[in-house]
Design a protein around this ligand. Structure first.
Ligand SMILES: [Zn+2]
Ligand SMILES: [Zn+2]
Length: 270
């Protein structure tokens, strides 16, 4: 039986004979959208003849992976190599043998951690492809897990040390369990955060933003923005990787978060 994938958000559902739901549950809420043509589905088998994953080194021990042509939301997960093991941060729907071979050549994937439900995608397929690697999700986002599985490990605290130098930080905001990853050794030891779209680097990469819904342009309130800033404040970081190739603040990341939060709160205040 196929595991259908929503073509708009890329979420894969459990095996089913027919379409799993009338309208994708991730898309049928304010943070996503349903196209005018209505719900459309695909499968990994259908995608494989026409898609592949592009793999790029971003800095020492950091590799980005993104599907070509762009599929669904089009995010770019990251593989972080550490002496204690490799972590895949965030995930995408498309996976094939070439991707698995390329990442195995870098030492494989020991653990997967995902910022929020828009990037849960085909997480179970990725776990299986890398020896049943555990998939770390924040418990507060469990209601949005469409394909529950034994590979999922829920963390429930405000922070979770995944490996030495790799910490998951719950920020909330976009989703109650929206999280970022702090990589202490990143950016030549100055530290990096990987933010999904919890903290989104914008076109001028010296600035970031914070939104409840990106497709529908729904902002967060002041308290939510302040909470995100406070959550990352204890961690040293110079660089910010949000979820697309070009959305990277190369240096001055912490100042960019402060400056951007001030600008944002000014704009939404009376
Ligand atoms: Zn969807
Ligand atoms: Zn999102």
């Amino acid at each position: 039986m196929p595991n259908y994938i929503c073509t708009v958000c890329g979420t894969q559902y459990p095996e089913s004979t027919g379409y799993p739901v009338d309208i994708c549950r991730i898309c049928a809420e304010d943070r996503q959208y349903v196209r005018e043509v209505g719900q459309e589905w695909t499968t990994l088998e259908d995608l494989r003849p026409t898609h592949h994953n592009e793999i790029r080194t971003l800095e020492p021990n950091l590799t980005g992976i993104a599907t070509v042509p762009t599929f669904a939301i089009g995010q770019r997960p990251l593989l972080i190599q550490t002496p204690a093991g490799n972590v895949l941060w965030d995930c995408i729907s498309f996976i094939d043998d070439a991707t698995v071979e390329a990442l195995n050549a870098l030492g494989g994937v020991d653990a997967i951690a995902i910022s929020h439900p828009h990037f849960y995608s085909s997480m179970v397929e990725w776990s299986r492809a890398f020896g049943d690697a555990p998939v770390y999700l924040h418990r507060d986002n469990e209601p949005w897990v469409m394909r529950p599985d034994r590979c999922i490990v829920y963390w429930e605290t405000e922070t979770h040390t995944l490996l030495p130098g790799i910490t998951l930080i719950r920020c909330g905001g976009h989703f109650p369990g929206s999280s970022v990853l702090h990589w202490a050794e990143g950016a030549d030891g100055k530290g990096a955060i990987m933010t999904g779209d919890t903290i989104m680097v914008v076109n001028d990469t010296n600035w970031v933003t914070f939104m409840y819904s990106y497709p529908n342009y729904i902002p967060l309130n002041k308290a939510a923005v302040q909470r995100i800033v406070a959550a990352v404040e204890p961690y040293a970081f110079d660089r910010i990787y949000s979820s697309w190739w070009e959305r990277v603040t190369k240096s001055g990341g912490k100042e960019a978060v402060h400056r951007s939060a001030e600008r944002y709160i000014r704009a939404i205040s009376d």
